[in-house]
Design a protein around this ligand. Structure first.
Ligand SMILES: Nc1ncnc2c1ncn2[C@@H]1O[C@H](COP(=O)(O)OP(=O)(O)OP(=O)(O)O)[C@@H](O)[C@H]1O
Ligand SMILES: [Mg+2]
Length: 391
C-alpha cells in the first residue's frame, strides 16, 4: 500500500494538492482514500462535497473523510475517554469541558496513524493520501510513534505507583479514579500498534512525504526546516511541489514586481533543494475549488505521470562499514555542524539534537557497547562513527 503524506506551511495549497493527487490516483485506476487530519478541515470545501468522520465513496475508486477526534474517542477509545473524562472531572473540570480536555494534542495524529494500519490490514486500498495541518503538526505525527512507547511506559509506571498509593491508603479516599484493566489493556494495545505504525512510516519504498510550498521567503525557510527534521526522523521526503507560481505573462505593474520576486525565489529553491525532484503548479486566476479545477491542478503538477510513483526511496538513515569502522549516515540537509549535539543514551541509543528537535536512534545489536569515535559532516550527511567492542 502506497502512503503519501503532504505537509507544508499554512495556506500554501496542501489540501488542494492532496485532493488533486487523490483524484488523479483514482483516475489512474488505483483504489484510493484521502483522509484530512487538520482539525480545521477544508478537504470537503476543496472537493466541493460534504464529508464526514467516516470514509465515503465520492468518485469511482475514491473514498474520502475528515477525521474527527471526538468521534474517534467516542467510537474506538471509549474506555480511555471515559477514564480521562472521569479523571479531569475529579480534578474539578465540568464534565463537558473534561470530555474535550481528554483529547491530548496530537491525538488526531495517533488516530490517523491507526487508520493507516487498518487500511494496510484490510488491503482495501492501493493508495492512501493524508492532508495534514501546517508543518508543526505533521512533525508531531512523524515523531509520535517514536515517542509513544516512552509516554505509554510512563503512564504505566504512574498508574502502578497510584495503585500502590491506593493500597497504602486503603479505607481512605483517593481523590481521583484509578484506571480499569480495560484502560490499561487499551494502552498496551496502542503501544503495540505504534510499533507497527513506525514500521509503516519508515518503509521508504511505500511511504513518502511530499512538501508543498510557494515561492516566498518564509515558506522556503519553513520547508528547509521541515526537510531537515523529517530526515532526522528518517522519513523519505521524495519531492517538492511549488504551488501558486505566477504565469510569465502576468499583466500590471504590481504583478510584474511579484513575478520578478518569485523568479528569484524559484532559482533559490532549485539551488537549495536539488537533486530533490521539484514540481510546480501555476496560480489560477480564480479560486481553486471543485473537481474540475483540482484535475487541472493535477495536470499542472503531474502531467501524464502517475502520482503513485515513488520519486526517490533512499532511506535518510544508513548504517555502513568503512575500513572496519561502523558509520551511521544521517541525511541532514541545511544543517551546520554547530547546530548538532550528540549524546550517548541508555540502552544502546544515541540522541541527536538539531534545533528544537530531538531524535533517539536505537543502534543495531552489533553496535551494543561500541565506542563512539566522533562525528563529521560530509555531502549533507551527518556521519557518526563507532568502533565495535572486541569479542
Ligand atoms: N494554484 C492555485 N491557484 C489559485 N489558488 C490556489 C492554488 N492553490 C491553492 N489555492 C487557494 O489557496 C487557498 C489555500 O489553499 P489550501 O486550502 O489548499 O491550502 P492549505 O495549505 O491546505 O491551507 P491550510 O494550511 O489552511 O490547511 C485556497 O483558497 C485555495 O483555493
Ligand atoms: Mg489544508
Amino acid at each position: 500500500m502506497r502512503l503519501i503524506i503532504y505537509t507544508g506551511k499554512g495556506g500554501v495549497g496542501k489540501t488542494s494538492v492532496s485532493a488533486a493527487t487523490a483524484r488523479r490516483l483514482a483516475q489512474k485506476g488505483h483504489r484510493t482514500i484521502i483522509m484530512s487530519v487538520d482539525t480545521a478541515h477544508s478537504l470537503g470545501d476543496s472537493l466541493n462535497i460534504k464529508l464526514g468522520p467516516v470514509p465515503k465513496r465520492i468518485a469511482p475508486n475514491l473514498d474520502a473523510f475528515e477525521l474527527d477526534i471526538l468521534h474517534e474517542m467516542q467510537t474506538k477509545w471509549s474506555a480511555i475517554k471515559d477514564y480521562l473524562t472521569a479523571f479531569m472531572f475529579s480534578q474539578g473540570l465540568e464534565s463537558i469541558s473534561a470530555e474535550e480536555m481528554a483529547v491530548f494534542p496530537g491525538m488526531e495524529m495517533v488516530a490517523a496513524l491507526l487508520y493507516v494500519l487498518q487500511f494496510e490490514d484490510q488491503g482495501k486500498y492501493d493508495a492512501v493520501v493524508i492532508d495534514t495541518a501546517p508543518t508543526g503538526e505533521t512533525l508531531r505525527l512523524m515523531s509520535f510513534p517514536d515517542m509513544s512507547s516512552w509516554y505509554i511506559d510512563k503512564a504505566f509506571s504512574f498508574v502502578n505507583r497510584m495503585i500502590n498509593v491506593a493500597r497504602a491508603t486503603i479505607g481512605k479516599v483517593v481523590d481521583f479514579p484509578l484506571p480499569t484493566k480495560e484502560v490499561m489493556d487499551n494502552l498496551k494495545e496502542l503501544k503495540d500498534d505504534m510499533t507497527r505504525v513506525k514500521a509503516v512510516l519508515d518503509d521508504t519504498e511505500h511511504t513518502t512525504m511530499r512538501l508543498v510550498l510557494i515561492p516566498e521567503r518564509m515558506a522556503i525557510s519553513e520547508t528547509m526546516r521541515a526537510y531537515t527534521y523529517l530526515s532526522l526522523y528518517n522519513k523519505n521526503v521524495e519531492c517538492l511541489i511549488v504551488n501558486k507560481v505566477l504565469p510569465p505573462d502576468v499583466d500590471g505593474k504590481f504583478l510584474q514586481v511579484k513575478l520578478k520576486e518569485q523568479e528569484a525565489h524559484m532559482t533559490e529553491i532549485h539551488k537549495a533543494f536539488e537533486p530533490l525532484r521539484i514540481m510546480s503548479a501555476q496560480m489560477l486566476r480564480t479560486e481553486l475549488r471543485g473537481t474540475k479545477k483540482l484535475d487541472h491542478l493535477a495536470d499542472m503538477i503531474f502531467g501524464d505521470e502517475d502520482p503513485i510513483e515513488v520519486y526517490a526511496s533512499e532511506s535518510p538513515m544508513k548504517f555502513v562499514t568503512v575500513d572496519g569502522i561502523d558509520e551511521l549516515c544521517l541525511k541532514m540537509p541545511f544543517v551546520k555542524e554547530d547546530q548538532v549535539e550528540l549524546f550517548k543514551g541508555n540502552d544502546n541509543t544515541i540522541i541527536i539534537h538539531v534545533g528544537s528537535q530531538k531524535r533517539t536512534v536505537l543502534l543495531p545489536m552489533t553496535l551494543a557497547g561500541a565506542d563512539l569515535l566522533g562525528a563529521e559532516f560530509g555531502d549533507g550527511c551527518l556521519i557518526i562513527k563507532f568502533r565495535r567492542k572486541k569479542v
